[in-house]
Design a protein around this ligand. Sequence first.
Ligand SMILES: [Zn+2]
Length: 114
Amino acid sequence: MTADTLRLPHCQACQRSHWPPREICPHCLGETVTWQPADGGGQVMATATLHHSLSPDFAPHMPLHVATVALDCGVRAIVFVAGGALKNGTRVIVTPGRGPSGQEALVATPGAAR
Ligand SMILES: [Zn+2]
């Protein structure tokens, strides 16, 4: 496992992963959630481009591209997009990365087909 391996919260009771992180499982309310490696492959479902931000951390990074990605492991996640805007249906690889202000975030890069 490398530093860019996607890891997601995974419920030990129902064996499903979720995003964003929560202390209890959003599917079954199980209380034993651990972080496990996950397949970062997925498909873009929706996109948005932000042109203005009230946050001084984000303002220098406009336009900022974000996407909702349906990961192959069954999780849907809102992620930052590396590079330019993506079209719906684009295959992407989601990895852990940094958002515009340096915060930990998920980042999608156009990537390999399934
Ligand atoms: Zn669960």
